[in-house]
Design a protein around this ligand. Sequence first.
Ligand code: ZN
Length: 141
Amino acid sequence: MTKDPIDPESTPTFHPAPEEVLECARSIRPELEELLGSEAEQVDRNLAELLAQANKGQQVDDRILDLLKQDEATYYWMAEFLSQPQESRGLQPPPGIPETSSAKKYICPIKNDCTWYRRSIEIPVRTCPTCNVLLVPANEG
Ligand SMILES: [Zn+2]
């Protein structure tokens, strides 16, 4: 058992696979500004750093969980994301996006360190905050 900074009785417990945690980290990055406001930049920088370490083969899922647990907004987003059945991942948009929308999944083509769901064709495609390139549609997988 690990010690949680948030009361475990009031929150769901989960034991996600490392890859799930990494996907959660990539997917929450475009949402941080809305979730955290002025703190978003700092958290995004930390997530980018951890994802870069993951790309080098280091195990960082615990540190990502710790980071996202520090704020209630990111904690609940993460909890909802990780509670979605894995099979529907990619077909179903992450929390905050209506299921009825035909949100399309986009990923960073350079390092795969950012995942974003385009809610509408009218929304301009985002750039990866780390690599500064346009995200590309994730068709495969
Ligand atoms: Zn990137």
